[in-house]
Design a protein around this ligand. Sequence first.
Ligand code: ADP
Ligand code: MG
Length: 408
Amino acid sequence: MKYIVLKFGGTSLVSPELRERVAGKIIAAKDEGYVPVVVVSAIGREGDPYATDTLISLVKQTYHDLPAREMDMLMSCGEIISGVVMAATLQAMGYPAVFLTGAQAGIITDRNYSGARILQVQAKNVTRYTQEGYIVVVAGFQGTTEDGEITTLGRGGSDTTAAALGVALNAVYVDIYTDVDGIMTADPRIVAEAKALEVITYDEICHLAHEGAKVVHPRAVEIAMQKSIPLRVRSTFSDSPGTLVTNSGEVYKGTIDITKDRIVTGITYISGIAQFIVRIGATGEGLKQQRRMFRALALAGISIDFINILPEVVLFTVKDDVAEKAVKVLENTGYMSEVITGCAKVSAVGAGMSGVPGVIADIVEALTKDDIQILQCNDSHTTVWVLVRREEMEKAVRALHRQFKLDQ
Ligand code: ADP
Ligand code: MG
């Protein structure tokens, strides 16, 4: 069977008209000879009656100590509602459809509530129903432990459900339908001139997604990549072809070397970051202290990022919401730290920057021209990160987008 997995985000499902549009995309795939398997997110965004955030708000203020197990059961309801409604839409249009929860679709996870990892997909229910001619609609974002506990997969988890099903069914494509025209050179909410990319490699989108571009979940990309299942990110609201995510080998097969001729593919950002500057001794006792400091942070469960170690100063970042805790941990090990809260990490990602001289020069030029102070900078072969103040984040994203001519 030529399977295709179509995943629809919450904004694609908010009204009967939109759900009919979604059904149109599913039916079109069927007419093209594919066997569609549909994955849905909860309907709408925060404030909408059945959105995940709305369900959370039912208990959050009043019942602070709701166990994670019950919380996951509550959160899993949104996708059950939207899946049933989507199956109903297809049925009303004359297409036999069946809805499956994550558990019924065989999405087996670990027991890490609210952030469970998919361990296995037992797709026999999905294949049985599709063989009987049904369009199968699966609840995204949820799974079950081996002993039947309901789990959820964390923000963006429906993308992961879709990718995992795509791998299990050896799908021809996994299509992620959302409210933008594809993976864009930057978040269109910040950069009005951002353009949808035609093709991107798994590696590049993985980096973009990890660095904040939430258009597709990085875990979904990693799963699809394992079996080279092509992902397409497309818009529910238009008929544009969207972005094809594939491995570079396939891209290079074409006559035009699409990924190599661009140095930077996209600009992304993460806010809510605090920078720590810790002065240490350069030798003897100082080295020992350094060891103690990192160990203490690790033992306190504080994840650190953006680490620069120099002989007399250590720089790193933590999430804003654990900054206070980190200050205390450092104080207990005898350190005074300088902390700048309210920072943002802006990243330029591109497989083409590897070994190309002048990327940092371009970045420094773009930011300083706009009077943006660089608090810290780091790079790898596909990403350059700069830390800036949150107030300057949007300006920095736009400046880099312009500098690398991503609007052209
Ligand atoms: P869905 O509910 O469909 O899963 P998401 O909100 O998770 O939708 O993802 C789509 C959103 O991602 C877009 O509305 C856009 O604002 C944001 N986004 C951030 N960075 C990018 C990017 N580089 N390309 C496209 N969209 C992006
Ligand atoms: Mg999403």
